[in-house]
Write a new protein. Structure first.
Length: 509
């Protein structure tokens, strides 16, 4: 699709939908930016800034060439400050350089942080125009919208085209276009748009039915053979990560190593990092507390707790040492979003920071206002989860609550607990591992109550027990300090059972 066709389709789609949302801010779609034209992006950004004194939304489409499209959305306040600026890149395995883009944006808007927004369905380049349009529409309109039908797309494309020669607001300048200008195979594009986000490396997406239940007796998939350092044992395990093939990777804290247990082999695990006694050498770990898999580089990212560092080890067989990503940090929990930004909880500074891989400083995204129980504070943050909107969920361990920090927020929202220590359904007692499904339901490893809880956000002030809650013990339906928590792509629940030195799997029924 060419520049004018994409812009026409977006403009028409917005005009049609805005009739149903008349109270929305005015929306302006500026002329498309061609990456091959020097200075055009800055020109469009400057144009977005000029001659307006109203709240508004401004959208810029950016043609990178070779059928690769990205989109930029800016929300302005009346005083000309930008409330939010986001861009989307819907292309899988994209080679787009966001830093160059951000630098040009910052030259025009130095006080605004340009964010990357998650894209639910990544596509090949040929489908990026349509994917960009649909995602921009969803960014503008607050309500879940129906998918674009093929006939609607064709009709929208055939009705209008934006006059690209005008420097005025182009949304008001339209002229007819013939359907013969449309050449893309939209059925193929729509098929590509339905590809699941999980196939492209974002493992934070698990579809769990609202009424889902799990078997109450767990099956041991790792450890469970007493405390020890043999390959069929664990010692004080903490965090875990479950890959798409149901391979379980575990921070085996007491053995100073990362263990991997493949699906179907519950007899023995494999040491994939550390295991050379405690120490601070590049070949060693010291009491690791969390681990995740970065599929892009096929590597393990590890919170090396006692060494106060975050390290990366190749996931390939034969790796004997790692590299330091972040040092001088009292890390505990890790999370990664679909843009491969790394989130790390700092239990000493009572804060969570976000890092672009390769940078050392990061940006604070939660807490950091001293130890306390205020909404802008944390008290020993442990495990993390990041959803598709870049909201950060934090197990606020010493406050016995789970907090949600929306991207850019100055304070968090209590989404579980916060009612003091106790065993009531309104309480959690030292929360640990957390997970959020696509319906927004929050799952919490409730350490002190030896159970896993589920909380429906914005609905009830209390949770429900998913598994456990049968007293402290080593039975199939019991825990002795549940710590790490994860779901596989089939909705099966995995829980690290700390003092039983095992990982339990509870099958979704």
């Amino acid at each position: 699709m060419d520049d004018s066709t994409n812009q026409s389709a977006l403009t028409t789609r917005l005009e049609k939908l805005r009739q149903d949302y008349p109270t929305l801010k005015p929306i302006y779609v500026l002329p498309t930016v061609d990456d091959h034209v020097d200075g055009q992006l800055k020109e469009r950004l400057a144009q977005a800034k000029m001659n307006h004194t109203e709240q508004r939304i401004t959208i810029i489409l950016y043609n990178l060439g070779n059928s690769h499209w990205i989109g930029l959305k800016m929300e302005f306040k009346k005083n000309e400050e930008i409330e939010r600026a986001e861009f989307i890149d819907p292309v899988k395995n994209s080679n787009f350089n966001p830093e160059k883009f951000r630098n040009q944006f910052t030259e025009i808007f130095p006080d605004t942080n340009l964010r990357s927004r998650p894209v639910q369905h990544l596509v090949d380049r040929i489908g990026s125009g349509l994917a960009m349009i649909e995602n921009l529409v969803k960014m503008v309109f607050p309500t879940e919208l129906p998918q674009i039908e093929r006939s609607e797309i064709i009709n929208d494309f055939s009705r209008f085209i934006v006059d690209q020669q005008s420097n005025d607001t182009p949304v008001e300048k339209i002229k007819p276009i013939e359907p013969s200008a449309l050449t893309d195979d939209y059925e193929e594009l729509e098929m590509k748009l339905t590809s699941n986000l999980k196939e492209h490396g974002f493992r934070n997406v698990v579809n769990i039915p609202a009424n889902a239940k799990w078997a109450q007796n767990g099956v041991t998939v790792a450890g469970g053979n007493g405390e020890g350092s043999a390959t069929n044992q664990l010692k004080w395990p903490f965090g875990l990560f479950v890959d798409d093939d149901q391979t379980v990777v575990i921070a085996d804290r007491g053995n100073h190593r990362i263990m991997q247990w493949r699906n179907g082999d519950t007899t023995n695990g494999q040491v994939v990092a550390g295991g050379k006694r405690e120490g601070n050498g590049s070949h060693q770990l010291y009491a690791p507390t969390d681990v995740l898999i970065d599929k892009e580089t096929d590597s393990l990212i590890i919170c090396d707790w006692r060494n106060r560092r975050v390290v990366r080890w190749s996931h390939r067989r034969g790796t004997t040492q790692g590299e330091i990503l972040i040092d001088n940090i009292d890390c505990w929990g890790l999370a990664m979003d679909e843009q491969r930004y790394l989130y790390v909880s700092d239990w000493e500074k009572h804060a969570v920071r976000r890092y672009q891989l390769g940078e050392k400083n990061g940006i604070r995204v939660a807490g950091g206002n001293g130890k306390g129980d205020g909404l802008n504070q944390l008290n020993v943050p442990t495990y993390l989860f990041v959803d598709r909107d870049h909201s950060v969920y934090v197990s606020d361990w010493n406050n016995s609550r789970v907090m949600k920090w929306v991207e850019g927020a100055k304070e968090g929202i209590v989404v579980a607990g916060g009612q003091g220590y106790g065993s009531a359904l309104t309480q959690v007692y030292f929360p640990n591992g957390i997970f959020v499904d696509t319906l927004g339901k929050l799952y919490v490893a409730d350490e002190g109550n030896h159970r896993v809880m589920r909380w429906t956000q914005g609905d009830k002030k209390q949770g429900t027990v998913v598994v456990g809650g049968n007293g402290k013990g080593a039975g199939e339906n019991q825990f002795n300090i549940p710590v790490g928590l994860f779901f596989d792509r089939h909705g099966n629940l995995y829980v690290v059972d700390y003092w039983n030195h095992r990982v339990q799997r509870f099958s979704m029924q």
